[in-house]
Write a protein that binds this ligand. Structure first.
Ligand code: NAP
Length: 245
């Protein structure tokens, strides 16, 4: 159990972030669940409370560094601590490179990569003072292997690996671990848009012959977030059904 610990999970309104919030709360962690609107994560909080856990829903746009800074200050003021940060918020704006608009590159990099940086920068100040912390960045299998039609998304997710390892080196002596989780293809809103033909081809490329569940990913995050994982840092935990080894 991680009772009395406090976690911030970005993008916790649905999908993987919601499952992470639920699993951490089940361990006794107070979860600050964020979404891009005030009430976006309210459903997640209701589900946590119904299961006997504790959480609050907060608005956060991870691309807005002032908003990020203010939220971290608020968490310290209200909860007195921050033990776990899960950088899960992420978006796609897919398209072939030749036709990709500047805006599609910029918003994806701003959200997936700079957004995680904005949150890590603030978390590291709090965790350094406390001499304890667990930071987990949600990357993707396509950051490892590449994917046609996703140069922007893959660049952002590959960037998270370098950022994770660098931050792990900076923060190790403060007893703060920084790791990445790289999910394969998971059943969420993000993959619901895949055309049936593409879905079949995808399944053939996965040794486990199924998409992953959000719980599969959350389990990996919970493992890295636990106090017992204190000697694991700068690593990438792949949760991909064997799709990429
Ligand atoms: P999802 O269902 O589309 O949910 C995305 C979440 O991110 C939502 O909570 C959304 O909030 C939030 N978000 C979007 N833009 C934001 C911003 N600027 N600031 C703060 N929050 C923002 O996504 P998912 O499929 O669960 O994916 C979660 C993470 O796993 C992402 O980083 C994704 O890249 C990664 N991943 C997913 C898969 C997959 O197969 N699904 C595979 C590998 C990696 P709102 O509800 O307010 O929009």
């Amino acid at each position: 159990m991680m009772t009395e610990q406090v976690a911030l999970v970005t993008g916790a309104s649905r999908g993987i972030g919601q499952a992470i919030a639920l699993q951490l709360a089940a361990e006794g962690v107070f979860v600050v669940a964020t979404a891009t609107s005030e009430t976006g994560a309210a459903g997640t909080v209701a589900a946590i409370e119904a299961a006997g856990g504790k959480a609050c829903a907060v608005k956060l746009d991870v691309t807005n560094s002032a908003e990020v800074e203010a939220l971290f200050k608020k968490i310290v003021a209200e909860q007195g601590r921050l033990d776990i940060l899960v950088n899960n918020a992420g978006i796609t704006k897919d398209g072939l490179m030749m036709r990709m608009k500047d805006a599609d590159w910029d918003t994806v990099l701003d959200t997936n990569l700079k957004g995680a940086f904005n949150c890590m920068r603030e978390a590291s100040k709090i965790m350094t003072k406390a001499r304890y912390g667990r930071i987990i960045n949600i990357s993707s299998v396509v950051g490892e292997m590449g994917n046609a039609g996703q140069v922007n998304y893959c660049a952002s997710k590959a960037g998270l690996f370098g950022m994770t390892k660098s931050a792990a080196r900076e923060l190790a002596k403060r007893n703060i671990t920084v790791n990445a989780v790289a999910p394969g293809f998971i059943e969420t809103d993000m993959t619901a848009v895949l055309p049936e033909k593409g879905r079949e081809a995808l399944l053939q490329s996965i040794p486990m012959e199924r998409l992953g569940s959000v719980e599969d990913v959350a389990h990996g995050v919970k493992f890295l977030a636990s106090p017992e994982s204190g000697y694991i840092t700068g690593q990438v935990l792949s949760v991909n059904g064997g799709m990429y080894m």
